[in-house]
Write a protein that binds this ligand. Structure first.
Ligand SMILES: [Zn+2]
Length: 318
């Protein structure tokens, strides 16, 4: 075992150490060296390999008790190629527009906007066009896309910073909409990140989170081949565990919904064919986007003051 190289951690939701193994790859990541995992991190090998996922017996969170530590992660991410455009930008834009619409149905669009990991700014662009935000606070580690991201704000006041862990530049109580799309399940300490974001929310502020759902039909069908079981996800959520994590981080009302992804139909067909071992690379297929629920969930959480105003019900025990 080479696991002495890696971090050993308690459950990132409740802090206990009692967990049972639930999902493992044929080769376990924790039995390999950091150097030998690099090509797997970069996706160079088709073979599925990840750290074993355990279910916390106290709170039910699915997480890796052994994982990369902070410096190892920083190093791995810095060597990662920019996001590969497997899916066309039209399909990505349609998916992200849907996310913004879900947030806009509940959030006020007139305070500051905060996003962790906005990529090139699909949702930022929607927010700039359709909202009346005062200032955009954007935390994106990939400096190569900072200019593109700044352009997405359409000339609105904006601050683009590379460190996702340090939100101290954002005034407390200023944000009416905070956004994290496929970020929370990459974090070693999601509780600390959520607490930090909560202090930035206005009393009527909303946080929108998109993550995978490890209780989804797709996960049950695909089993260990479910793509979110990978080296980039130190924990994976379901509607109950993400709700409980947000309550523990001090949020008020929490609503969890399954969300749609838009995919070009040829991409889906090729992925399905690849899964069963066929190659369709030379077969022409239509490329128009279709909407599917593919095992993602969209969570909206309120700042606690708002929940207290809306109802005087007792706090939810976690
Ligand atoms: Zn736990």
């Amino acid at each position: 075992m080479m696991d002495h190289e890696f971090l050993r951690r308690p459950c990132p939701l409740c802090g206990t150490n009692d967990a049972r193994e639930e999902v493992r790859s044929a080769q376990r990541a924790e039995a390999k060296t950091l150097e030998s995992l690099r090509p797997f991190w970069s996706g160079l090998f088709k073979e599925k390999l990840f750290f074993s996922y355990h279910r916390c017996l106290a709170c039910g969170l699915l997480y890796n008790p052994i994982f990369f530590d902070g410096p190892q992660l920083a190093n791995l991410y810095s060597s990662m190629a920019p996001n590969m455009d497997l899916v066309t930008s039209d399909a990505i834009a349609a998916t992200q527009r849907g996310y913004f619409e879900a947030a806009a149905a509940r959030a006020m669009l007139d305070g500051d906007y905060l996003e962790i990991g906005p990529d090139i700014g699909y949702i930022v662009g929607e927010a700039a066009q359709r909202g009346d935000f005062e200032h955009f606070w954007l935390f994106e580690p990939n400096r190569a896309i900072h200019d593109q991201l700044r352009r997405a704000t359409g000339g609105r006041p904006a601050t683009v910073l590379p460190d996702m862990d340090d939100l101290s530049a954002v005034p407390d109580g200023s944000v009416s909409l905070a956004v994290m799309v496929h970020v929370l399940d990459h974090l070693l300490d999601p509780l600390a990140a959520l607490e930090q974001i909560r202090t930035k929310l206005r009393a009527d502020g909303t946080l929108m989170i998109v993550t995978h759902d490890e209780r989804s039909l797709l996960r049950r069908v695909m089993g260990v081949r479910w793509p979110p079981f990978c080296l980039q996800h130190p924990e994976l959520y379901n509607p109950t565990t993400i709700h409980n994590l947000l309550i523990r981080a001090g949020y008020g009302e929490v609503a969890v919904n399954r969300s749609y992804n838009h995919f070009p139909i040829d991409f889906l067909a090729r992925q399905a064919a690849w899964t069963i071992g066929l190659k369709l690379d030379r077969v022409p297929l239509p490329a128009f986007p279709i909407a599917l629920r593919l095992g993602n969930m969209l969570t909206l959480a309120s700042a606690p003051a708002q929940a207290a105003e809306r109802s005087s019900s007792r706090p939810v025990a976690v």
